[in-house]
Design a protein around this ligand. Structure first.
Ligand code: GZL
Ligand code: ZN
Length: 308
């Protein structure tokens, strides 16, 4: 028997009582993603929701299939983290036509029609890039010669990759000595980060700084740097984004010099938004998560308390 058709868009809670939430997750590519998935599963359980959870292995077509399946199953609310920014308008329109509200978490879409989703809960990735840039400008403010930077970008076309790059470049252009000599995607994974860093090291024996869009690519790059006989955090200054346990451990060891936090614990805010949407309440169209930054010393001081 199908769950009774819900008319959540009019804000009525579903007749059968148990809220059914369909969630399409990017994949399991990084420590951040694991922590994010755990937060969503734990929070859905705590909220008493039935969670239908799908892992897209970082493929957009798998996410679109999952969203269509949630529409077929007539879930009460759909939430997802879009692996890339574009190509969502058709399936989001299908959800809207089916009267199923959609909530974005973690990453944004570039749809012009913002009525296709109720809210976007996630970090300000441009600001994360600016924070990385600001620390670097400060570190090298007295540099009298070019500072050679290599950049490991996140997944091509994803909001964090696009925005972390633009925020960083916006700030470092203050000092023309700060030069990005190579920039390539490592797809947010350790394996790819290591592979691309190996190629950077072969092409540039003179690298001063690595800016990696997440800890996992930075940790992969550290393996390549050490294999090349160089000392990470000394011969090559390393900045990463996320501040997951493994990244913070490397920072505490001095292998990563500066980490910009990106909070994966979006579960509680998502479940609150689901309740608000089903209750027909107006909700903020943008919910920004709180997060900070850590030098090696600061990472050492808080490492024991880190939850993820
Ligand atoms: C950021 C998130 C990114 C993380 C990566 O909110 O989308 O994806 O920074 C993860 O670790 O793979
Ligand atoms: Zn070079």
């Amino acid at each position: 028997v199908d769950a009774p058709a819900n008319n959540a868009s009019s804000g009525e809670a579903p007749a059968d009582g148990k809220v059914v939430l369909g969630f399409s997750q990017v994949g399991a590519e990084s420590g951040w993603r694991t922590a994010n998935s755990d937060s969503i599963k734990e929070s859905a359980k705590a909220a008493g929701f039935e969670l239908k959870f799908s892992d897209a292995q970082q493929k957009q077509e798998n996410q679109i299939k999952a969203l269509r399946s949630f529409i077929q199953q007539k879930v009460d609310v759909i939430a997802f983290s879009p692996v890339v920014e574009s190509g969502w308008d058709t399936v989001l329109q299908e959800a809207k036509d089916a009267g199923i509200p959609v909530i974005l978490t973690d990453r944004a879409v570039d749809s012009k029609d913002t009525s296709l989703y109720k809210t976007f809960i996630g970090s300000d990735f441009v600001e994360e890039g600016r924070r990385a840039g600001k620390w670097l400008v400060e570190q090298f403010k007295d540099a009298a010669e070019p500072v050679k930077i290599v950049e490991l970008q996140g997944t091509t076309g994803s909001a964090p990759a696009i925005d972390r790059k633009s925020g960083f470049e916006e700030i470092i252009k203050e000092n023309p000595n700060l030069q990005i000599v190579a920039s390539q995607t490592g797809d947010f994974t350790r394996a790819k980060g290591k592979e691309v860093m190996q190629s950077f090291l072969q092409a540039h024996p003179d690298i001063d700084v690595l800016y990696a869009h997440n800890d996992d690519m930075g940790l992969g790059a550290i393996q390549a740097i050490e294999a090349a006989g160089l000392v990470p955090g000394k011969d090559i200054i390393i900045i990463t984004v996320d501040a997951v346990k493994d990244g913070m451990t490397a920072a505490a060891e001095g292998k990563i010099n500066f980490i910009v936090e990106c909070n994966p614990l979006l579960g509680p805010q998502l479940m609150q938004a689901v309740n608000d949407v089903l209750a027909g309440k107006e909700i903020e169209s943008r919910i920004v998560t709180e997060e900070g930054t850590f030098t090696s010393e600061e990472a050492k001081a808080v490492l024991a308390d880190r939850k993820y």
